[in-house]
Design a protein around this ligand. Structure first.
Ligand code: PMP
Length: 362
């Protein structure tokens, strides 16, 4: 058995070992074709079969209604920060944003380059340690959409429930929590997510869009940045990131084998409970960054009493086989990313390590 680290990387992140092994088996030759999936035409029947099956699996597992399209785009979630306003923010309208942290800020910055924007709610005054209460969100009358970041990867906060925006489309950046729990897709106009945390390798961005929102983009938008280009061509306008999409296909089959998204959600809750308990039962040795009501199922952020101790924790954890626990450079501290493919055993090992570290240094 290959050595596997306790991988808590924030993204790209852990993939299921079963998926990696299957990809390895099919790496050189896929489906009796005499070639790798990477070597074949994206217009051929074999690749198109994978492409369409990936959409069908996602539709089934994430309960995506028939009036939503599933697009496979490139450029990462960062390109969606621009595509959302380019396609949806027309003159006289406002793009409204809930400011929850680092990624919401990036999304807003990009929209400001395109048109008029408004902050619908913000937790900046508390250093983004919580998600604003839904009652704090005020959507302007002329809003083209309300944009939220479902899970703030850096701060470790997550919406526990989504705002009801009525006829204003709700746009969700689910990059770091897509398919970690069941979601009512009908609440959203558009959901987008880079694949590299919960769904596969980097290189493909999933866009789940209500059909009417992507049917016709403004004339001035360049071809590749128009949703209608990709919606009308089933994401085959140009060469798609075929290998990444194939990997997403395998991850989706793995999710199905685990009992689907609801079963994974329970698993994720069990996983994070181990680590949050280690924080909560430490008598203040570990201090969770996120307000408990806004805690993320995917990124657990915490601090120790001093930066020296945090450095020591990061160093010793590496010596014990843990990877990726250093917090993001912008907020410091420590962060454990517990995406779908991170096994419970890794979380148990981390909770044990935390207790042991406290015993020696507390
Ligand atoms: N949004 C969120 C919530 C993220 O976590 C990230 C990546 N860490 C991004 C957007 C940016 O994604 P990408 O690197 O795919 O552009």
């Amino acid at each position: 058995m290959t050595h596997r680290a306790y991988n808590f990387n924030a993204g790209p992140a852990a993939l299921p070992i079963e998926v990696l092994q299957q990809a390895q088996e099919q790496f050189v030759e896929f489906g009796g074709s005499g070639m790798s999936i990477m070597e074949m035409s994206h217009r051929g029947a074999i690749y198109e079969g994978v492409h369409n099956e990936t959409q069908a699996l996602m539709r089934e597992l994430f309960a995506i209604p028939g009036n939503y399209q599933i697009l496979f785009l490139q450029g990462g979630a960062s390109t969606q920060f621009a595509m959302i306003p380019l396609n949806l923010l027309s003159a006289g309208k406002t793009g409204a944003y809930v400011m929850t942290g680092s990624w919401a800020k990036k999304a807003l910055q990009e929209a400001k380059l395109v048109g008029e924007t408004a902050v619908a709610a913000s937790s900046e005054s508390v250093a983004y340690n919580r998600i604003p209460d839904l009652s704090e969100i005020s959507v302007p009358d002329n809003a083209a959409y309300l944009h939220i970041t479902s899970n703030e990867t850096i701060e470790g906060t997550q919406f526990a429930a989504y705002p009801d925006t009525g006829s204003v489309p709700l746009i969700g950046d689910l990059s770091s929590d897509i398919m970690c729990r069941t979601v009512d897709v009908n609440q959203f106009g558009i959901i987008y997510a880079g694949a590299q945390k919960n769904l596969g390798p980097s290189g493909v961005t999933i866009v789940i869009a209500r059909e009417d929102l992507v049917a016709e983009s403004p004339k001035s938008v360049p071809t590749m940045l128009r949703y209608d280009t990709h919606a009308k061509s089933n994401s085959l306008y140009n060469t798609p990131p075929s290998f990444s999409i194939y990997m997403v296909n395998l991850v989706l089959k793995w999710i199905a084998s685990k009992g689907g998204v609801a079963a994974l959600e329970q698993y994720n809750r069990d996983k994070t409970k181990l680590i949050y308990n280690a924080i909560d039962e430490s008598g203040g040795f570990y201090r969770g960054f996120a307000d408990p009501a806004s805690r993320s199922l995917m990124n657990i952020t915490f601090r120790l009493q001093s930066e020296e101790l945090e450095k020591q924790f990061a160093k010793e954890s590496e010596q014990h086989g843990f990877v990726g626990l250093k917090g993001h450079r912008s907020v410091g501290g420590l962060r454990a990313s517990t995406y779908n493919a991170v096994p419970l055993e890794s979380c148990k090992a981390l909770a044990d390590f935390m207790q042991e570290f406290q015993r020696k240094n507390g």
